[in-house]
Ligand binder design. Structure first.
Ligand code: ATP
Ligand code: MN
Length: 462
C-alpha cells in the first residue's frame, strides 16, 4: 500500500486509490448515523483530509471515539470523491492510534490562542494553521533565494559565524569566550584576551559582508545565507537577536546594478510564493492581512521608486506629517519616516540611496560631494527596511581615512585593505533579512512569529 501525504491525498486524481496516510487529528465529529469524521493534518499543506471512520471498525468504540485534537494516527483506506468543500476524503478500513493527546492538558484545543500566548508554546505552535503556513512560506522563500542566485551564476559561500571584526562598527556583538567568568585573567588592569580560546576578543558575526567581499574579489558574484547575531537591546516587532541574512556581493557592480539586482531578487521571491503557496497565502489574506496577495501581485507589475536620501528628507518635511521624531538632514531616518514614504507617499517599495556619510559604516563608497555615500535601503509597506546595501569603497586611501574617522584602526583590517591594495575593483552588495521578507509576504505583525525559535532580549528558552 502506498503511503501518501495529506497534500497528495487531497488531489482529485487520487480518487479510487487505496493508501496509507499518517498525521495528527485536528477535530473529531460523531454522526448520529454511527460513524465519525476525523480531520487529519500532516503539515504538508494547510488543509486537512477528512476521514470517514465507520462504527464497524474493530476499535471504533474503544479508540476512534476517544480521539481528540493532537492525537497521532495512521489511516488506511480508499480515497473517495467528497460531497463537501474538499475534492476528496478517505474511507478508513483501518485506524491505528500512535499517540494519545490528553484533551484536558493538550493546549491546542478548539479555542484560538493569541500569537503572544503561542510564543510560550514554541514546541507546539507549528501544529497550528498560522505557524504551519508561515513555515511552508518561509521554506519556499529560502528555496527561491537559492534558485535565484544559482540561476544568476552566483556562488554560495560560507562565511564564519565566529569572527574578530565588527563589520557594522556598531559594537552590538555577542562575545564568544571560554574564559572563566569567575576568574578572569588580567593584565594591566584589563581582561587578558590573549589567554582566551582564539587569543583575541571574538564575537558572533553581525554580517558576513567583509568575508563575502574576499570571495567576490576572487570569484565575481557570490552570496552568503546564514545566521547573524545582534546584541542590540531593541524590543521591536522587527528586530531579533538572531536572524538569517542573505548577502550577495558582486565584483564589477555599481550602486545602480545593486538596486536592479535587489528589485529583481525580491520580485522573484514574491512571484514564487504566489505560484507555489497559494493555499497558505489565501489563509494570510483572510486571517492576517487583507492585502497579502494583492500587494504581491501589484509589485510584480510595478517598478520600485528610487529616490535619494536628500530628496526623501525634503519630501518628509514638505509632507507636513506629524512625526514623533523630527526629520532633518544628517540624521538617520526612523522607522516611522521609512513607513511614511513606502506606505503613504508612494504606496510601493522604495529604494533610498546616497545617505550622509556620518550615519553609515566605513566601507561604503564616498560620493564626489564628500558628504554622502553610495548606500541604499529598500523599504516596503508594513515593515520598513528589508534590505540595506551599498557600493563599497574600493580606493585604499579613502577607505583608510574613513576608518580613522570612525575610530577604527586600519591595521586591524589589514586583510580587508589588501583587497584594495591588490587588484581593487568597484563592487557592491546588500543584506536582506530573511525574517523581514517573511513578515512582508505573510503580513505577520511580529517578527517573533516568522522564525521557529525567536531569540530576543530575555528569551531563549526553546
Ligand atoms: P534596522 O535599521 O532595521 O535596525 P539595520 O540598518 O541595522 O536595520 P543592516 O545592518 O542594514 O540593518 O542589515 C541588513 C538587513 O538585515 C536589514 O535591512 C534587515 O532586513 C535585517 N536586519 C538587521 N537587523 C535585524 C534584526 N535585529 N532582526 C532582524 N533583521 C534584521
Ligand atoms: Mn540598514
Amino acid at each position: 500500500m502506498n503511503k501518501v501525504s495529506v497534500r497528495q491525498a487531497r488531489a482529485k486524481a487520487m480518487i479510487g486509490e487505496v493508501v496509507r496516510i499518517q498525521g495528527w487529528v485536528r477535530t473529531r465529529r460523531d454522526s448520529k448515523g454511527g460513524f465519525s469524521f476525523l480531520e487529519i493534518n500532516d503539515g504538508t499543506c494547510l488543509g486537512n483530509l477528512q476521514v470517514i471512520a465507520d462504527a464497524d471498525l474493530p476499535n471504533y468504540e474503544d479508540e476512534v471515539k476517544k480521539l481528540s485534537a493532537g492525537c497521532s494516527v495512521t489511516i488506511e483506506g480508499e480515497i473517495k470523491e467528497s460531497g463537501g468543500k474538499q475534492e476528496t476524503e478517505i474511507l478508513a478500513a483501518r485506524v491505528e492510534v500512535l499517540g494519545w493527546a490528553d484533551p484536558d492538558s493538550f493546549p491546542l484545543q478548539k479555542k484560538r490562542h493569541s500569537f503572544e500566548k503561542l510564543r510560550e508554546w514554541a514546541h507546539l505552535r507549528p501544529r497550528t494553521n498560522a505557524f504551519g503556513a508561515v513555515a511552508r512560506v518561509r521554506n519556499q522563500i529560502c528555496k527561491s533565494i537559492h534558485d535565484f542566485f544559482q540561476e544568476e551564476g552566483f556562488l554560495y559561500v560560507h562565511t564564519p559565524v565566529i569572527t574578530a571584526s565588527d563589520c557594522e562598527g556598531a559594537g552590538e556583538m555577542f562575545r564568544v569566550t571560554t574564559l572563566d567568568m569567575d576568574q578572569l585573567p588580567r593584565r594591566d588592569g584589563r581582561v587578558d584576551f590573549t589567554q582566551d580560546f582564539f587569543d583575541r576578543p571574538s564575537y558572533l558575526t553581525v554580517s558576513g559582508q567583509l568575508e563575502a567581499e574576499i570571495y567576490a574579489t576572487a570569484l565575481g558574484k557570490v552570496y552568503t545565507f546564514g545566521p547573524t547575531f545582534r546584541a542590540e537591546n531593541s524590543n521591536t516587532s522587527r528586530h531579533l537577536s538572531e536572524f538569517w541574512m542573505i548577502e550577495p556581493e558582486m565584483a564589477f557592480h555599481d550602486l545602480d546594478d545593486n538596486m536592479s539586482l535587489a528589485e529583481q531578487f525580491l520580485k522573484r521571491i514574491f512571484a514564487d510564493v504566489l505560484a507555489h503557496c497559494s493555499e497558505d497565502m489565501e489563509f494570510f489574506a483572510q486571517r492576517i492581512e487583507k492585502t497579502a496577495i494583492s500587494r504581491l501581485e501589484a509589485i510584480a507589475g510595478s517598478q520600485f521608486v528610487r529616490l535619494s536620501y536628500t530628496e526623501a528628507v525634503e519630501r518628509l518635511i514638505a509632507s507636513g506629517e506629524k512625526f514623533e521624531f523630527p526629520v532633518s538632514w544628517g540624521h538617520d531616518l526612523q522607522s516611522e519616516h521609512e513607513r511614511f514614504l513606502t506606505e503613504k507617499e508612494f504606496d510601493c517599495p522604495v529604494i533610498l540611496s546616497d545617505y550622509p556619510c556620518t550615519i553609515k559604516p566605513f566601507y561604503m563608497r564616498v560620493n564626489d560631494d564628500e558628504k554622502t555615500v553610495r548606500a541604499m535601503d529598500v523599504l516596503v509597506p508594513g515593515v520598513g527596511e528589508i534590505i540595506g546595501g551599498s557600493q563599497r569603497e574600493e580606493r585604499l586611501e579613502v577607505l583608510e581615512t574613513r576608518m580613522r574617522d570612525q575610530d577604527l584602526v586600519p591595521e586591524d583590517y589589514w586583510w580587508y585593505l589588501d583587497l584594495r591594495r591588490f587588484g581593487t575593483v568597484p563592487h557592491a552588495g546588500f543584506g536582506l533579512g530573511l525574517e523581514r521578507v517573511v513578515q512582508f509576504v505573510t503580513g505577520m505583525a511580529n517578527i517573533r512569529d516568522v522564525i521557529p525559535f525567536p531569540r530576543t532580549p530575555g528569551n531563549a528558552e526553546f
